[in-house]
Design a protein around this ligand. Structure first.
Ligand SMILES: [Zn+2]
Length: 414
């Protein structure tokens, strides 16, 4: 007995629609229908992709629009304004705001997510408590990876290292650093790698978040990745400074990232919003060079980062929106580049998060999205609605859409 039979699915790259047989949370057959099944859905030839993967988001400081006065002009501003708001955070408050964002993400088809959870002398472990509760509550709909994250620095915020250890003992899945916001970036990076080794977890850094190549801490991250043998287990977010290097230096550094197996996470809404603020003419876009990274074989994810706070005043937690914005912001409009944008919120993101058995092949975990379109490129170009979301072989979200074009029905009666 199958758990679910999704009939008439158009898979990415496939021409004729196929049926997906699902049991035990996995795809067990692709081809003509094989029943019986507990639930059968004919998806009518619509596109089916693996679930969307959110590689970098801050649920704990999302939705602060109503409690932060003043708007951020720079990243430092955003950190300062958010730190003030953070003094009022409680576990219950973090949980309530996190839940609202998770509901948006799940409805949009996100089935896996890496959330950075701030751990520092301001908020202590309240974020971890809230996020561990959400991880359990949302387990039927989404896999939540929790990254214990030192947003306020480690050396300049005494007590943070011990709190990171405590967060990892509580169940954080990985550890995250922010070397640009500390007094000794090299030592900060060393501490994060030492924790990654001690707990045998991946590491994820916020790095090189500026218009000019004034930090380039990613070089030290790459060195320590190689030294510790952590290739394939390190991700970096922002990396906007890479775009400011002359082409040749940029190429050399991209080669170093590729050799170290480091994944890059572009955060387009935050980066477009906060970069280029000192430019009076020809305001730069401030995105990491996505096309060059992809061409060198570096996996690149697009992620939401912040949703409606001083870092990013807007946000829907819908990853398709990021592909739409990035197509124009990063000049990615050819058929191949548009497919890469979809990969940036699916397969590349899954690779960076080290998700196992991700995809639409036989044996893959049955985390799927049924889109209201036929072709993969339409995800980017037309932002189609989601029709169904499937997590671990069960339908988790069903969208109904109803449009009544009353103007067509004629009549001029008032
Ligand atoms: Zn972030």
């Amino acid at each position: 007995m199958l758990d679910l039979l999704l009939g008439n699915c158009r898979l990415p790259g496939g021409s004729a629609p196929v049926d997906l047989a699902i049991a035990g949370g996995r795809i067990v057959g692709i081809g003509p229908a094989r029943g019986p099944a507990r639930e059968t859905v004919d998806v009518g030839g619509h596109l089916v992709t693996p679930g969307l993967v959110e590689a970098h988001i801050h649920l704990d400081k999302a939705l602060l629009g109503d409690r932060v006065s003043g708007s951020a002009e720079t990243a430092a501003d955003a950190i300062r304004l958010t730190a003030i708001a953070k003094r009022g955070f409680t576990a219950a408050d973090i949980e309530a705001r996190g839940r609202r964002v998770l509901d948006l993400a799940v409805a949009a088809g996100t089935t896996a997510m890496r959330a950075h959870v701030e751990v520092d002398p301001i908020v202590h472990l309240a974020g971890m408590e809230a996020m561990l509760a959400l991880k359990r509550e949302y387990a039927p709909a989404i896999d939540l990876q929790l990254c214990a994250f030192a947003q306020e620095g480690i050396l300049q915020a005494p007590g943070t290292e011990a709190l990171l250890v405590r967060a990892l003992e509580m169940g954080a899945d990985l550890v995250g650093g922010c070397p640009y916001n500390d007094t000794d970036a090299r030592r900060h990076i060393e501490i994060v790698f030492a924790l990654a080794r001690e707990f045998d977890v991946d590491a994820d850094f916020h790095v090189d978040f500026s218009d000019e190549p004034e930090h380039l801490h990613v070089r030290e991250i790459a060195r320590q990745t190689m030294r510790t043998g952590w290739q394939g287990r390190v991700a970096v977010g922002h990396l906007t400074e890479l775009a400011a290097l002359p082409a040749e230096e940029q190429g050399t550094l991209i080669g170093v990232l590729a050799a170290a197996g480091i994944g890059v996470i572009s955060l387009p809404l935050t980066d477009l919003y906060l970069m280029g603020r000192r430019d009076e003419r020809n305001v730069r876009r401030g995105l990491t060079p996505i096309r060059r990274l992809l061409a060198a074989g570096v996996p690149v994810a697009l992620a939401s980062n912040n949703v409606r706070n001083p870092f990013t005043p807007i946000g829907t937690a819908d990853l398709a929106h990021l592909t739409f914005v990035t197509a124009v912001a990063a000049h990615m409009g050819t058929p191949d580049l548009v497919r890469q944008l979809v990969a940036a919120v699916t397969t590349h993101a899954a690779r960076i998060l080290n998700l196992r058995d991700y995809g639409c092949a036989e044996g893959s975990r049955a985390d799927l999205v049924v889109w209201d379109c036929d072709r993969l490129d339409e995800i980017v170009t037309a932002l189609p609605a989601r029709r169904l979301v499937v997590k671990a072989g069960r339908v988790t979200v069903e969208h109904e859409r109803r449009v009544i074009e009353r103007w067509r029905v004629g009549g001029t009666d008032g």
